[in-house]
Design a protein around this ligand. Sequence first.
Ligand code: ACO
Length: 471
Amino acid sequence: MPHRKDEKTRDITELIVKAGEKARRETRAIPEPELTRPIEWPVSCTVGPGLEGAIACETKIGYVNGSKGWLIYRGYDIFELCAYSTFEEVSYLLLHGNLPTKKQLAEYNKKLVDSRNLNNTMRLFMNYPVEGMNAMSALRLGTNLMRHELTYIDREEYKPNLDGVIGSDEDSIPMETKPMGEKDAIYGFKRIKMNRPFKGVNPELHPAAGAESCNHLVSGVATIAAAVARLKLGQLPIEPDPELSHAANFLYMMTGCRPSPVEERIMDVALILHADHGMNASTFASMVVASTLSDMYFSVGAGIAALNGPLHGGANEQVLYMLEEIGNPGNVKKWVKKSVKEKKKIMGFGHRVYKSYDPRARVLAPLAEYLVKKDSSNHNLLETATTLEKEILDTIGTKKKIFPNVDFYSGIVYACMGILPENFTTIFAVSRVAGWTSRILEYLENNRIFRPRAMYTGSFEKEFKPLEKRR
Ligand code: ACO
């Protein structure tokens, strides 16, 4: 059963509680924007480029108050959830709407344990050259392969008749021995005949967009992400340990070592912090795919693809490279001056919604400091980051309302835990899958396909010229 080893990580709880108190003190007086009421469709709102301000749906899952810098999951303040709960409780909360009782948590945990071991997916996954792939691309592939575990495709009763089908080794013989262009040398992607007519999916199987797929993904994306981290280093994936919590298992499956209570707790807090965040780009991308009644796996794959970009979750990896490029605190002023002059985006700063300090950065900054105090090998990295934060706030930050976002300190936290930057964004996905799946389930209750418009600004009535007359 997942539980926090509170005694051994009490100082982490205290850091989070303090960060929450400071946030509330500093933001209490800021007025509440009017974005917390039921709406009647059609709704009027002012929309800016990039759909800024557009209202896509109602939700009870989470709320981001960008002016105050508050983040709420199902009514609970993020600081309290980080201080007192676990990722298992938080993902249950997002998916089900309430914090679990002991019994509900035990049942949910059993589902996560059962879903963590992805034998079939891993067998398929190991056939790909994951070591040479971008980690997010590999994660997306693995998530797509997970589709086979809960749908009819892998079930015995629906197995295709393989008699007469040649194996891949035999298939390569004509490819190697026959000259190119010959009929037999061409791959024949023929549809394999079923051994009996397909009469639809067994109703007892889980629908691919159902609640069981959510549990499967919330648990399994971590297994895949850990396997990706290992395969990229030329190491074999590690089987999960049913006795470990989700956060501890993730670290264990990634590193091969059982984490200390502090490492487990910090990963757990990082997973809680990243689990949901309004209609961000990856959540919206996954919801758009789900709104077509495609399934949960394809939808989560779309979320992973959107999260990968450096303007979104990919920023955490870029922050680390940026800090390494700056080199030390003494170089910060010069670096910022040059970047501002060149109108460069500073990675880990700014946010579409937060026009105040991101509450997630309020938790991650002291955690980074805490880890650096324990082991000073990343002292220079953290000093460079804090100096950069001050310089940005003193120059463009306060004026333009650009503050550190979640990605600014998360990379330093992960680096202190010995995690390579190439895996930072996959960790984000391991957590955000809880938000993606919760919001998809909620949206599907009153689904309407997403279909905005674009304003056509092109020309009309052009004369068509045949190819040979075009210049
Ligand atoms: N560095 C420098 N200037 C910035 C930054 C930044 N990181 N972010 C915003 N600005 C500037 C803009 O250039 C703009 O200036 P202007 O008014 O003089 O033209 C002003 O601040 C307002 O910013 P917008 O462009 O309106 O911000 P937008 O909402 O479009 O973009 C985004 C938000 C993409 C996050 C942006 O701040 C950015 O690129 N940040 C860096 C990448 C990053 O850290 N992404 C992670 C975000 S958190 C997450 O997704 C998990």
